[in-house]
Write a protein of this length. Structure first.
Length: 342
């Protein structure tokens, strides 16, 4: 195989080959059934090569490789049943220059078999069977080698070069004349036949090129159509969004007008409340002044009442003193009368 893969730096690229091979299995009866029977089961046997490249500043390429080789074999013995084996190699990194090759090998496998050949029935007779049989030994060895050649891609391949490569891969092999051709046409093809074949070849190449150009034009037209459909769908989506935005803007404007009207009403109410508050504040100040004046008057009245009470107490005290003096005078008069009578 000679696969060519192209990938991005640091991304994996893999090649997988699969075979769907039959494997015989022995089964026994279940659920009371007896007996042994064979069934054929098909499994995938795959060979996988995975490469992860890393390009460095000096131009070298590091390759991280993972190789998995699967195989089916029949070991020698009484029961010849196939078995599946797998071998793997993993290399974290191999750093080489671009254009040079990295060889990974050493995956060898050898099989030895002994085959007895001879006359049927006679070769199976003990001791005498040696005279009618022969034993051959066969040895088979296989080795798998991977040759990895990394290169740094500079871009794609032009259409003309790609067409030439495809024609070179699928062109018919060159035909060499043999003895029969010489006898049939000893002089070879005539010049006119060669010219016609050349013209037919050029016409076929032109037809293939025209088909490629037509396919390319169709692909470009399809791409442009899809792009136009996407642009139209995007424009329709933008129109719908614009319509929605206009509706939202009209709704927002109505709400703004409503809020403005409510704001004006609220402002009027605030002004009325402020005026009422000013009036209440003036009334409060007036009531406070009147209360202060009433309190002053009450304080003055209280002071006058206190002074009057003090004067009443003085008058009462003077009256009591006068009463005491009167009592003393009366007593003195009574004493004088008593002495005069005596």
């Amino acid at each position: 195989m000679n696969p060519k893969l192209e990938t991005i730096n640091g991304k994996k690229a893999s090649v997988t080959i699969k075979d769907f091979v039959p494997i015989e299995e022995v089964r026994t009866g279940t659920a009371g059934a007896s007996g042994v029977y064979n069934i054929t089961k098909y499994v995938w046997v795959s060979d996988t090569l995975t490469v992860t490249p890393h390009v460095y500043a000096d131009g070298s390429v590091g390759l991280q490789t993972e190789i998995l080789i699967g195989s089916r074999s029949k070991p020698e013995g009484v029961v010849q049943r196939s078995i599946i084996t797998e071998r793997s190699i993993r290399v974290d990194e191999n750093r080489i220059e671009a254009g040079k090759s990295l060889i990974i090998g050493g995956m060898r496998k050898s099989e030895k078999r002994s085959v007895i050949r001879g006359v049927p029935f006679l070769k199976d007779i003990p001791l005498l069977g040696i005279l009618f049989s022969s034993k051959d030994f066969e040895e088979k060895g296989t080795e798998i080698i991977f040759i990895l050649t990394p290169s740094i891609s500079s871009g794609g391949i032009e259409n003309k070069q790609m067409v030439e490569d495809l024609r070179g891969k699928y062109k018919e092999p060159e035909y060499e004349k043999g003895l029969t051709d010489i006898i049939t046409d000893p002089l070879g093809q005539s010049p006119s036949t060669q010219v016609l074949e050349k013209e037919a070849t050029e016409a076929e190449m032109g037809r293939v090129q025209a088909e490629l150009d037509m396919e390319l034009a169709q692909m470009q037209a399809q791409t442009e159509k899809e792009r136009a459909d996407k642009a139209e769908a995007h424009a329709e989506q933008l129109r719908q969004q614009a319509q929605q935005l206009r509706q939202q803007a009209a709704k927002a404007q109505e709400e703004a007008q409503k809020i403005a009207a409510e704001t004006q009403t609220t402002r009027t109410q605030i002004q009325a409340a402020q005026q009422q508050f000013s009036e209440l504040e003036a009334a409060k100040q007036k009531v406070t002044a009147e209360a202060q004046q009433a309190q002053a008057e009450a304080e003055a009245a209280r002071q006058k009442a206190t002074e009057a009470a003090q004067r009443v107490q003085q008058v009462q005290k003077q009256a009591q003193q006068a009463q005491e003096q009167l009592d003393q005078v009366k007593k003195s008069i009574q004493e004088n009368k008593a002495e005069g009578v005596k």
